[in-house]
Every structure is written in structure tokens, then in C-alpha cells.
Design a protein around this ligand. Structure first.
Ligand SMILES: Cc1cc2nc3c(=O)[nH]c(=O)nc-3n(C[C@H](O)[C@H](O)[C@H](O)COP(=O)(O)O)c2cc1C
Length: 135
């Protein structure tokens, strides 16, 4: 099945507590390896930017489930494409919380100072996620 990459942006809702974030990460650790999915989830306490990569069918199924999750809203597809390679293959779901580095990189890869994934192109979002998840 074709290797696929999906990137979306979304916004945290009031239903999403710290426990909610822990639940998301636990679900990713539990489920993603079963389906050969890898990726990164970036969260600045306001917005999410997530990249999922792996076989097409499980990506589609998981995205439908994620889209209807009440912990976030305004779920907006940024990129969906077939790809030759994974960029986050070491992680079932690498979690990147808010940091100074995130803000610096948000400025580099978008037109504003704050991390606002709705204002990133698909190419910028991928480059941002690669940079922010590297050491
Ligand atoms: C921003 C966000 C990212 C999520 N990422 C994943 C993920 O990578 N993998 C996953 O299984 N669930 C993820 N979820 C949770 C799913 O919406 C869903 O609650 C979960 O897959 C249910 O898993 P379970 O049937 O094992 O309880 C995410 C939810 C949100 C709000």
C-alpha cells in the first residue's frame, strides 16, 4: 500500500485538559505501531499541527477518527500526498510541546511571530515539523 503523508492543523477546545493530551499520546503509542504509522504532534496549548505518515488506509481511518475528536476543532487538512520517504520514522508519535525554539521556528517558517499552523503552506509545515522535532 502506498506510503502516504497527511498533515493537518487544528485548535484545542475546552474539552482538552492536560489529561486529554496524555490520553492522545497514550492512544498514539498504543495504536500507531500496530498500523505502521509514525509522525509528530506539535502543540503550543492553542493549536495542534500533526503529521501522520504510513500506509494510506490506516492514515485515512485514523484521520476520520481524529477529525471527530471533541478535544479539538477547526481541523484543517494542510497536506495529503503519496511520498517516497518517512521523515519521522523513529517515532510512533513524537510530541513537541511549546518552547522558545518553537517560536523561533514559527517565525522562520510562517509570516508571523506566533505558532499559527493555519498560516503555513504544506511545504512550510513539513519543514517546520522537521526542524522543531530535531535535537
Ligand atoms: C490532536 C489529536 C491527535 C491525535 N493523534 C492520534 C494518533 O496519532 N493516534 C491515535 O490512535 N489517536 C490519536 N488521537 C486520538 C483519537 O482521536 C482517538 O481518541 C483514539 O485513536 C482512540 O483510540 P482507542 O480506540 O485506542 O481508545 C488524536 C486526537 C487528537 C485530538
Amino acid at each position: 500500500m502506498y506510503l502516504t503523508r497527511l498533515i493537518y492543523a487544528s485548535s484545542k477546545t475546552e474539552h482538552c485538559t492536560d489529561k486529554g493530551i496524555e490520553g492522545i499520546l497514550a492512544a498514539a503509542e498504543r495504536n500507531n505501531p500496530k498500523y505502521g504509522l509514525t509522525g509528530v504532534l506539535c502543540f503550543n496549548r492553542k493549536h495542534f499541527l500533526q503529521c501522520l505518515e504510513g500506509p494510506r488506509d490506516p492514515i485515512n481511518t485514523l484521520y476520520q477518527r481524529i477529525s471527530s475528536d471533541s478535544r479539538h476543532s477547526r481541523v484543517t487538512l494542510v497536506e495529503y500526498c503519496a511520498t517516497e520517504q518517512r521523515f519521522f520514522d523513529q517515532w510512533a508519535m513524537k510530541y513537541v510541546p511549546d518552547s522558545k525554539k518553537m517560536q523561533t521556528l514559527a517565525f522562520r517558517y510562517s509570516d508571523c511571530n506566533d505558532f499559527d499552523p493555519y498560516r503555513m503552506s504544506a511545504a512550510s509545515a513539513l519543514a517546520f515539523l522537521q526542524a522543531v522535532s530535531s535535537q
